[in-house]
Design a protein around this ligand. Structure first.
Ligand SMILES: Cc1cc2nc3c(=O)[nH]c(=O)nc-3n(C[C@H](O)[C@H](O)[C@H](O)COP(=O)(O)OP(=O)(O)OC[C@H]3O[C@@H](n4cnc5c(N)ncnc54)[C@H](O)[C@@H]3O)c2cc1C
Length: 399
């Protein structure tokens, strides 16, 4: 059954891209009753957000399961830079999900970070990735799962930071008297579906904007609030490009890595065959999601090594091949998408044997000029391609 392209299908869940020949023609979606529908469209815009649910601790909402990214990977659309996952160092360590953020403004105004012994151990004004690594390393050394943010010295807290004060108080803490428990949380996926500067992907008829896209603006790291740019600049640009009759990508932004030849990664998308052999009766879907999040957090999180990534890959393989039923509900498909994206992250993080931006390899702690290039998931490309020219490669941002 077909739906009209002009209707708003609230609550429907997009499953996969409809690709005919070399063009995207719409999506297959689950309707509110769980029935599969074809939604045909002249143009499809992926705007499904990030994939923070890959990790056990995240600031992202429950629906940030990398759906658009997974759809693109399954359809063979070029994806890049997914190893660059930004962790926010000062998420409130509290059972609530998603984790409330204690913004940089607190540290900017003098709040200090303390370890389990109450000692300061890091310059609080370093970048998000540096602070996340310092905290993770200290937490591992001390065998604890959080540090502390001491904002008790800040004057007039409630008036200057009313939103933070409210979320902290709702967790039963008084920011003027209590040290606040904090831990790094997965916050933003810098990479995504490769686009040009008008949001065109490598597949005609398919466009992407927002966190799901890899436009090239973030490089290997992300400056705070650049998502505003992703939404407010690239969203309208997509519309303008479609109205202007553009077909297919141009050589701009991250798309240069695809059109000029980037470094191809082996395609590790979990096949549908493996997936549909999976059974929630044996292991409930929620448990499988937690197992995936645990594996990604331990082995492909703030700090990675070849060994930890291999362990994560093995754990994902176990989840992917554990028998389950053939249910067609949203949880089932979100887990399927998480597995697809997790495999892509692990593959890219393994291949990038260096440390750059928010990708930290403890076994390769230096920047390696040989990796000054994007790593692409794109089965249609020739693996013998030349490296990406440096002007289109992920760069270190100014601190
Ligand atoms: C706590 C927090 C604070 C932040 N603060 C800032 C900030 O100060 N400045 C800044 O620039 N950025 C900030 N960010 C990042 C920014 O909010 C996100 O990058 C941005 O909202 C992403 O927008 P989006 O439109 O791409 O995706 P989203 O806003 O996540 O929207 C995606 C939509 O797609 C829907 N969707 C997903 N999958 C499917 C599917 N399969 N079928 C149908 N629908 C689907 C979702 O339900 C959702 O409605 C923050 C993020 C968090 C979590």
């Amino acid at each position: 059954m077909r739906a009209t392209a002009t209707a708003v299908m609230e609550g429907w869940f997009a499953l996969d891209l409809l690709v005919e020949g070399d063009r995207c023609r719409g999506v297959v979606a689950l309707d509110l009753e769980g029935g599969r529908r074809e939604v045909r469209a002249a143009h499809v815009l992926l705007a499904t957000g990030g994939a923070g649910q890959l990790y056990a601790v995240t600031t992202n909402p429950g629906e940030s399961t990398g759906d658009g990214l997974a759809m693109a990977l399954r359809a063979g659309v070029a994806v890049a830079d997914v190893e660059f996952v930004q962790f926010h160092p000062t998420a409130l360590h509290h059972p609530s999900a998603p984790r409330p953020l204690l913004s940089e403004a607190l540290r900017g105004h003098g709040a200090v970070v303390r370890d389990a012994r109450g000692e300061r151990f890091v310059d609080e004004l370093v970048t998000r990735d540096e602070l996340s690594r310092a905290m993770t390393s200290r937490m591992l050394d001390q065998g604890v799962d959080h540090c502390w943010l001491d904002a008790t010295g800040l004057e007039d807290f409630e008036r200057r930071f009313p939103t933070i004060a409210a979320s902290v108080r709702s967790a039963g803490l008084d920011p003027t008297a209590d040290w606040l428990p904090i831990a790094p949380a997965a916050h933003y996926l810098c990479g995504g579906v490769v686009t040009d500067l008008d949001g065109a992907t490598s597949l005609a008829g398919l466009w992407a904007c927002g966190e799901v896209a890899c436009t090239g603006v973030h490089g290997a790291n992300r400056l705070a609030s650049n998502s505003l740019l992703e939404g407010m600049v690239f969203g309208p640009r997509v519309v303008e490009a479609i109205e202007a009759g553009w077909e297919g990508p141009r050589r701009s932004g991250a798309m240069r890595a695809v059109l000029d030849g980037g470094t191809l990664l082996e395609n590790t998308t979990v096949s549908d065959e493996a997936w549909f052999a999976y059974s929630p009766r044996a292991q409930p879907a929620i448990t499988s999601r937690q197992a995936l999040q645990e594996a990604m957090t331990c082995g492909a999180g703030v700090v990675r090594t070849d060994v930890s990534l291999k362990a994560t890959e093995d754990a994902l393989g176990h989840i992917a091949t554990t028998p389950t039923d053939d249910g067609d509900d949203r949880d089932h498909h979100e887990l399927r998408n998480l597995l697809t994206v997790a495999s892509a992250v692990v593959t890219a993080a393994t291949a990038r044997a260096e440390s750059r931006g928010c990708h930290w390899r403890a076994d390769h702690p230096r920047l390696d000029p040989a990796f000054h290039r994007r790593l692409l998931h794109h089965p249609a490309l020739d693996s013998a391609m030349t490296p990406t020219p440096s002007d289109s490669a992920p760069k270190e941002r100014a601190k």
